[in-house]
Design a protein around this ligand. Sequence first.
Ligand SMILES: [Fe+2]
Length: 227
Amino acid sequence: MRGINSPFLHLHDLRLVHRRSVEVRGNYKVVLENFLEAYHFRLLHRHTTDRIFDNLGTSVHLWEHGHSMMLSPNRRPDWVDPGTIGMPEMATATTIERNHNPSYLVFPNMIVPISPTGIPAVAFWPQSVDRTILDVIWFAPDWGGGERPPLWETRIANFDRIVDEDIAFVEPIQESITSPGFCGVPLNYQERRIYHWHAELDRRIGVERVPEHLRVPSVLDDWVERD
Ligand SMILES: [Fe+2]
């Protein structure tokens, strides 16, 4: 967790709520990268995420050691997820989590979107060059013993639907990147968290061990927010 300098990440008083594991037929990077930019909301999540969060208002933050975060504001400042009303909030919740979706990348393989009443962490585990296990691990403030409150069934199902939208195109994308015509992916400014991830991966491997034509030059250093 070195390099994450946000005061919002307080995980110690949370409990495990639910865990889902799904195998995806695509490379680890194809699956992960979809979670590192916000402009796909309109394309993949027209009836879910895009109705709630404003991708055009998203700010991107790059941190040391490959970590990063994107902060997407709620479309309506007074909006509260009706499926969470009455659920206990984290003691450290602020207006940042109430009025935005702060979505962290903990390098190398965990996406942590935080709301005051729960966190559906998404972890990615490469199985082979074209297979990935995706885990959704829900954490939330303790509801005080007893059975899980019934609201959780809908909440978990709603997020599963969003994840299913995210992985819907993994297989055809995997097919396209293995075609003979594929010669790389140009990244735009809104995708700089993806670039930051790849540059860090080269550093972890050891840049000298990466074939020269595959190296990702560290061009974003001036935009990394440091402690
Ligand atoms: Fe998505």
